[in-house]
Design a protein around this ligand. Structure first.
Ligand code: DC
Length: 227
C-alpha cells in the first residue's frame, strides 16, 4: 500500500501546528513540522554568526543545513526538539527565531538542502506534513491537501496567547506587525511562495474553534483517503 500523505499549508498562527498534531494522532500517521526545520536551521546559522552572510558564505551555510544534527523526541509533554543534543523546544518558538527562519526560507539553496530531510518523514502508514509549500513543492502527490488560513488579527491574538502560556512577555501590536511582515515575505518570495495548491481544500479558521476546523478536515481527509 502506498504511503498516505496529508499536507497542511498556510500562514503562521492559522492553527496548522495544533491541527496537524491532532490529525497525525487521529490517523496514527507520522508528523512533519517543516517550520521547525527552518527555525532550527535559522538558529544554527545564527549560532555560527552566519545569518547576515547567507549570500557571501552560502557554501558553508549549505554544509551546515545538510549536516544539521537535529532530533524530534517524543516526551510525556509532547515533542522535544534537539539541536546538537540540546533541547531548544522553547527557543525555536520565539519570535526572534521565527525571524531567523524567515530569512533562511528565502534562500533557494537552503530550501533545497532541507528537501531530502523532509522527504524522509514520509513513512508508512502515512504522514501529516505541516508547512508553507508541502502541497506545492515537497509532496505534490499528497492524497489530501489542506490550506488553512485566518485573518492577521485573529492569528496575532492566538500567537500572543501561545507565547504568554510559555511565560513570554509579548505585545499584540508587535506580534501583529511581525505576522504581517512575515506573511509578506513568505508570499512574495520567488521560491516556493506561500500559496494554496490549485487542488487544495481552503479553510478560513478566523471564526472557527479548533474542534470545528478538525471536523471539517477529517470529513475532507476521510473522503480523500477512501478514493
Ligand atoms: O510555521 P513556522 O512559523 O514555524 O515557520 C517559520 C518560518 O519558516 C516561516 O517564516 C516560513 C518558513 N517556512 C517555509 O518557508 N516553508 C515551510 N515549509 C515551513 C516554514
Amino acid at each position: 500500500m502506498s504511503i498516505q500523505i496529508i499536507t497542511i499549508d498556510g500562514p503562521s498562527g492559522s492553527g496548522k501546528g495544533t491541527l496537524a498534531a491532532k490529525l497525525a494522532q487521529h490517523y496514527q500517521f507520522h508528523l512533519l513540522d517543516s517550520g521547525a526545520l527552518y527555525r532550527l536551521l535559522g538558529l544554527a546559522l545564527e549560532q555560527h554568526n552566519l545569518l547576515d552572510a547567507l549570500d557571501s558564505q552560502l557554501v558553508t551555510c549549505i554544509e551546515i543545513a545538510t549536516h544539521l544534527d537535529i532530533e524530534f523526541k517524543s516526551t510525556t509533554q509532547g515533542i522535544a526538539v534537539l539541536l546538537n543534543g540540546e533541547d531548544v523546544s522553547t527557543t525555536i518558538r520565539t519570535e526572534r527565531v521565527g525571524e531567523f527562519a524567515s530569512k533562511v526560507a528565502v534562500v533557494p539553496e537552503l530550501r533545497a538542502a532541507l528537501l531530502t530531510r523532509q522527504h524522509a518523514f514520509a513513512q508508512a502508514p502515512g504522514l501529516v506534513a505541516d508547512g508553507r509549500d508541502m502541497a506545492t513543492a515537497i509532496f505534490p502527490q499528497a492524497q489530501a491537501k489542506i490550506y488553512l488560513t485566518a485573518s492577521a488579527e485573529s492569528r496575532a491574538a492566538r500567537r500572543v496567547k501561545q507565547l504568554q502560556a510559555m511565560g513570554l512577555d509579548v505585545k499584540i501590536n508587535d506580534i501583529l506587525a511581525n505576522i504581517e511582515a512575515r506573511d509578506q515575505r513568505d508570499m512574495q518570495r520567488s521560491v516556493a511562495p506561500l500559496k494554496p495548491a490549485p487542488d487544495a481544500y481552503i479553510i478560513d479558521s478566523s471564526d472557527l474553534s479548533i474542534d470545528e476546523v478538525f471536523t471539517l478536515m477529517t470529513t475532507y481527509v476521510d473522503q480523500c483517503l477512501a478514493n
